[in-house]
Design a binder for this molecule. Structure first.
Ligand SMILES: [Zn+2]
Length: 115
């Protein structure tokens, strides 16, 4: 279900799928517009889930597709061997800026400790 005031729902509906780094029935992926690492990609479910605390058991396909996408992207971006981080933020203290669940894939340099 789309949310009319959500930038990620808008992107999903208005962007040519060929420009996504990954696109399947459940998720799409694109580069973060403010990258904090040489590789910084957002993996976004197509259905509108507000944040990680709203994930329910029936979202299992969505979640597994997010992780499967992350592996494919890590390989295609050349960071699978050197390593990368997957991060999901929730709420203002975690600096979540779009209220639509998404996972950050970051790599391409040595990353500091979380937080
Ligand atoms: Zn949304």
């Amino acid at each position: 279900m789309a949310n009319e005031s959500c930038i990620f729902c808008d992107l999903k509906d208005s962007t040519d799928p060929n420009s996504f780094l990954f696109d399947d029935e459940y998720v799409f992926a694109l580069r973060d517009i403010n990258p904090r690492a040489p590789v910084h990609i957002l993996i976004i479910p197509k259905n509108h889930i507000v944040d990680v605390s709203r994930v329910r058991l029936e979202d299992e396909q969505t979640l597994s597709h997010m992780f499967a996408a992350s592996t494919e992207i890590a390989i295609s971006e050349g960071v699978n061997e050197t390593g990368y981080r997957l991060a999901i933020n929730k709420g203002k203290d975690a600096n979540m800026t779009v209220n639509h669940l998404h996972m950050h894939l970051m790599g391409g340099r040595t990353l500091g400790a979380e937080g």
